[in-house]
Each structure stands twice: as structure tokens, then as C-alpha cells.
Ligand binder design. Structure first.
Ligand code: 5CA
Ligand code: ZN
Length: 409
């Protein structure tokens, strides 16, 4: 699949700091020191509805990870998937009486537009589940042939016992894992499974549902976790730097994905850090396509809201926190954007060298965006109150805010 156009990332004087980030697996901060090419996989959308603020907040967090790496003069190898065949997508297509392929294409196209408008850097590899199927089949065969997977009425399940490190991404207890498995696409109560938590790798063809020739697996379609593993291993290999997504992906998705990959390769860990963004809520409940309590990026754009203000609204919260979207969050961002734009539109101003370092320090400190915004606020206030004589300052602030925060002033 094609991704979306990249906005330019201005180069800043000096060099950024290495990223210290919270790793779910170890439960603490890790300092990431990637090689010259940092590798990141971020779970993409299931395209059955438009991009909402929760999605945008999560992609914003991983965009910042890349901007910090780029500022350390590294290259970034970024891979993202599109879950363009899965139960929720098929169910929505049936509910609306439309073709599931058309639905996925339409919503993926809208996602690309939203990401472009928000200045999110595009992945180098943007891969759909459907196009990944030829690479998924041999992995499932390998797991089955090595005894790490088994058949149940034509479906193929991964045996969580095959991975000695199973459980080390989420560190959740069995009861919680079982509960979340039932809630998030698993089937812990299905009779005949070796372990209730075992996830499906290959689902045998169902009447009225799309299916693909799976060779020795028989006709069917892939499970959710193996989709991301096949794409990540194909394009990044083991031991990549960051596996990213929202906190609702910790279990089962990222736990199972890590176990699949570790069992397939015999290597550990799949990712050096498992990074998870908090959940954005609306009216007290997690924004979710299934509940329908949504604020869409595209709707705000249609209503004339500047995408830079949407981005500032996302940045005003720390990525790991759960937070609530309100009109006030957006109003504050619109107002801040106005102040910043006025401040950089002058021909000169107070020196911005210290500000660049403050931004670097805040972002390298587990993406502390509230502190980063407060630093720009202070420079803008000083500009308004006293001004300054540094002719390079307004341009430097614009470039730094663009390069490090993805906001075009
Ligand atoms: N296709 C899978 C990942 S392989 C999927 O989870 N798709 S999704 O469309 O449901 O979500 C896309 C991304 O947005 C995921 O990282 C998910 O964790 C994140 N996300 C979904 N809802 C919210 C929310 N309310 N707040 C923050 N992030 C969210
Ligand atoms: Zn995924």
C-alpha cells in the first residue's frame, strides 16, 4: 500500500538527546540508543471508521519518538500496518450493506489525509493485512510444524506455552489476561483449546466471509497478532527499537505478537521497548469505534479547525496519561497557536537557543510535551512583553516547533 506524503523536518543546530522512554515490559524507563537507523513498528488502524482523537493521540506519540531520533541525526525505519480484514471491519460492512474492501479503502484514504494534515511522518512501509497473507502462511506452517501451534476444527491456534517469555510484555496475571482476551477478540471459553488464552493464527474459511488459499493450512484468513508479526519481521527483523500502540494493545495483541516472533526465531526480545499511549476518552468513556463516542479529525478539519491546533491539543497531554477530549482542550490549543504565530511573525525577538535545548530535554524525558509547550509559551510571553534583538530567533522557534513537535507555525 502507499502511505502519505512526508512533510519536511527542518534540521536544527546542534544535536538532540537520546530518548528515555517508559517500557511496558520492564515497567520502567529505558534509554534507547539505536544504531544509525532506528527501527519502529506502530500498529495501524482497522479501517472501518474515520480517525478519531484517540487514534490521532497515539500516532502523535510515535511521531514524536521519530522526531527525537531524527534530531539525533539518525535515520528512522518506520513500519505500520492496516488491519484491512478482521471481524469488526466485516461486521461494519454487513451492518451498512457495503463491500468490505470498499469500506477499508475509503477509511484508509481518509486516514492518510488526516495524517498528512496533522504532519505525521509516514511509514516507509505501509502494509495491509491482505497483502501480507503470502508472508503469514509460512510462519503459521512453521509454528504448527514445530509443535508451537495446533489445529482445532480446522482453525489453527498458537500455544502460549511454547514461549518461555510469554507474559513478559504485559506482566498481567492470568485472570486479567483471560478477561482481556475475551474483551479484545480472543475466545478463552472455546472448548478444546489447550490454554484458554491461546490466540488464533489462522481461521478456517467461514460461510459468507472472505478467505484465501492457505496452502497446507487450508482456505481461511489470518489471525490478528500474526499479521503484525509477519509485517514487522519482514521489514524490520527481530530486536527492533520500539513496538508502539495504544495501551489497549498491551494484551493480548503485543503480548501475543512478541510470543509468536520469539517462538519463530528463538530470539528475545522482539522489541527493545514496548511503548503504549494512554486512552483518550469522550464524556467519561474511552473513545471507541464500537461505542461510537467519537470526535473525528476529518470532522474538525471540515469545520475549519486548523490541523496545527488539533496537533497542539494532542500535545498538551502527556502521551502515557489517559485524558478526556473536551471543547475546552481545543479552544486552549487554538488560542495558544494564535499566540505562538504572532510571536514568530516579528522580525526579531529574544534568543531561542536555550528554548531549543529545553524542547530537546523535555521530549527526550519520556516525551514530556506539556513541559515542551510551557517552554514555548514562556518564549512567546517574553517576546510579547519585552521583545528582543535576535533576528534569527523567530525563525529558529518556527523550525524547532516544526521539527520537534510537528506543528507548522
Ligand atoms: N489494527 C489494530 C492494531 S494492529 C487496531 O488496534 N486498530 S484500531 O483502529 O482499533 O486502533 C488504532 C490505534 O489507535 C491503536 O494503537 C489503538 O491502541 C489506538 N487507539 C484506539 N482507540 C484509542 C483511544 N481512545 N485513545 C488512544 N488510542 C486509541
Ligand atoms: Zn498490530
Amino acid at each position: 500500500m502507499h502511505a502519505w506524503p512526508a512533510s519536511e523536518v527542518p534540521a536544527l543546530p546542534g544535536k538532540g538527546r537520546d530518548l528515555r522512554i517508559h517500557d511496558t515490559a520492564t515497567g520502567g524507563r529505558v534509554t534507547l540508543a539505536p544504531g544509525p537507523v532506528a527501527r519502529i513498528y506502530v500498529c495501524g488502524i482497522t479501517p472501518y471508521d474515520a480517525t478519531h482523537m484517540g487514534h490521532a493521540a497515539t500516532y502523535n506519540a510515535f511521531d514524536l519518538v521519530q522526531r527525537v531520533w531524527l534530531d539525533t541525526k539518525r535515520q528512522v525505519h518506520y513500519v505500520q500496518n492496516v488491519t484491512d480484514v478482521d471481524d469488526p471491519l466485516l461486521e461494519r460492512a454487513i451492518r451498512d450493506g457495503i463491500d468490505w474492501v470498499g469500506l477499508a479503502e475509503r477509511e484508509t484514504a481518509l486516514f492518510r489525509e488526516d495524517m498528512t494534515a496533522l504532519r505525521m511522518l509516514p511509514p516507509q512501509h505501509y502494509i495491509g493485512a491482505v497483502e501480507a497473507i503470502p508472508g503469514i502462511i509460512p510462519l503459521v506452517e512453521q509454528l504448527r510444524d514445530s509443535g508451537a501451534a495446533y489445529e482445532l476444527e480446522g482453525d489453527i491456534y498458537f500455544s502460549v506455552e511454547a514461549d518461555p517469555h510469554f507474559g513478559q510484555v504485559s506482566n498481567y496475571d492470568t485472570q486479567l489476561m483471560r478477561h482481556l482476551s475475551a474483551e479484545r477478540g480472543g475466545d478463552p471459553d472455546r472448548p478444546g483449546k489447550k490454554n484458554p488464552l491461546d490466540p488464533m493464527l489462522w481461521m478456517a474459511a467461514r460461510e459468507g466471509e472472505p478467505s484465501w488459499d492457505g496452502g497446507s493450512l487450508g482456505p481461511g484468513r489470518p489471525g490478528w497478532h500474526i499479521e503484525c508479526v509477519a509485517i514487522a519481521l519482514d521489514h524490520l527483523g527481530m530486536g527492533f527499537d520500539v513496538q508502539g500502540g495504544g495501551s489497549d494493545l498491551i494484551f493480548p495483541h503485543h503480548e501475543m505478537g512478541a510470543s509468536h516472533a520469539q517462538t519463530l526465531t528463538g530470539e528475545f526480545p522482539m522489541a527493545k521497548a514496548y511503548v503504549h499511549a494512554g486512552m483518550v476518552a469522550l464524556h467519561g468513556e474511552k473513545m471507541s469505534k464500537s461505542k461510537g463516542n467519537l470526535v473525528f479529525v476529518s470532522r474538525l478539519r471540515r469545520d475549519g479547525v486548523d490541523p496545527a491546533a488539533i496537533r497542539l491539543a494532542l500535545l498538551s497531554h502527556r502521551y502515557r496519561d489517559d485524558w478526556e477530549w473536551t471543547d475546552q482542550v481545543l479552544e486552549t490549543a487554538v488560542e495558544r497557536l494564535g499566540r505562538w504565530r504572532a510571536a514568530v511573525s516579528r522580525p526579531d525577538g529574544p534568543s531561542a537557543d536555550a528554548l531549543v535545548e529545553e524542547l530537546r530535554e523535555a521530549l527526550s524525558d519520556d516525551l514530556d510535551t506539556p513541559t515542551a509547550l510551557a517552554a514555548v509559551d514562556r518564549w512567546a510571553e517574553l517576546q510579547t512583553a519585552e521583545g528582543g534583538t535576535d533576528e534569527s530567533a523567530p525563525g529558529l522557534v518556527s523550525r524547532a516547533v516544526d521539527a520537534l513537535l510537528g506543528v507548522a507555525l
